[in-house]
Design a protein. Structure first.
Length: 277
């Protein structure tokens, strides 16, 4: 009996050793340019600027019919976790339109025609088939890695991604985000984010948000050019954001007031009006 117990004990110990060995092998990360997956993921996160506010001049080029191109100048203002504003002022600094994004939703003011649109992100999701929220949009404009539904990422989130090294760079693909697919192209070894992609697999629907022309500013690299392309419609929708005159000024009104003389219109009605032009 004592011998049997000894054999059982040996078997248990061997099983534990084997289990520990298999766990160790399972948790050994792939190597990316001499770094483990966790180390490389940390490098990507280290590119986050953490600025509480950012203001920049922007030259916007928009093409949504495959033919004509609309170009306007304006200003982008961001207060982290609070608001993103785009003020369009093509004539002597006179604002003709404003788009404002907050955790509550989206406000678009057309000052020329005295009308406005105000929608929640839930309404917006039903129109564009993408799980939009404020923090996702903020991450796109601040050149940051993100996961839907999370306000901030940390080192432990490395397990939420698959890392793959390809000739085009190191790609990070978010796990468990069906029906959407979130992929991020980065440059090793620094971990600079150069493209964010949101796709609906097995369909023509998708979005690419590219970053280039990086400039060193306040201890971080920031892309002075962003290229957006949305596919799935008859013609791809393209937008280029060319930034200049960055600053960290936060002395501006975070929320816009709408005159009671303005007419509120539905978002889909406004889109139809714009597409006819």
């Amino acid at each position: 009996m004592r011998q049997v117990c000894s054999h059982i004990l040996v078997l248990v110990m061997l099983s534990l050793v084997a289990s520990c060995s298999s766990v160790k092998k399972a948790t050994e990360a792939k190597v990316v340019d001499g770094m483990t997956e966790t180390q490389y993921f940390d490098a990507v996160l280290a590119q986050t600027n953490h600025w509480p506010a950012l203001t920049a001049k922007v030259a916007l080029s928009l093409n949504w019919d495959g033919k004509s191109e609309t170009k306007v100048n304006g200003t982008m203002r961001i207060k982290r976790d609070e608001v993103i504003q785009f003020s369009i002022a093509p004539f002597l600094g006179i604002e003709v339109a404003r788009a404002e994004f907050s955790p509550d939703g989206v406000l678009v003011i057309d000052r020329l025609n005295k009308r406005y649109v105000q929608v929640s992100f839930a309404e917006l999701k039903s129109l564009v088939r993408i799980d939009w929220d404020f923090h996702l949009l903020q991450s796109l404009f601040l050149n940051e890695l993100f996961l839907p539904g999370k306000e901030e990422l940390h080192a432990g989130n490395v397990t939420d991604f698959r890392l793959e090294k390809l000739p085009s760079g190191v790609w990070l693909e978010a796990k468990k985000t069906k029906p959407l697919q979130y992929r991020f192209q980065t440059q090793a070894p620094i971990g600079t984010l150069v493209k964010s992609c949101i796709d609906v697999p097995s369909t023509p629907y998708g979005m690419e948000w590219g970053y280039s022309e990086f400039k060193h500013y306040e201890g971080r690299e920031f892309p002075m050019l962003m290229n957006l392309m949305i596919e799935g419609a008859k013609h791809p929708i393209k937008a280029d954001f060319k930034f200049s005159r960055l600053n960290l000024n936060s002395d501006w009104e975070s929320h816009s007031e709408v005159s009671d003389k303005y007419e509120r219109v539905r978002l889909d009605d406004l889109i139809k009006i714009l597409l006819k032009k």
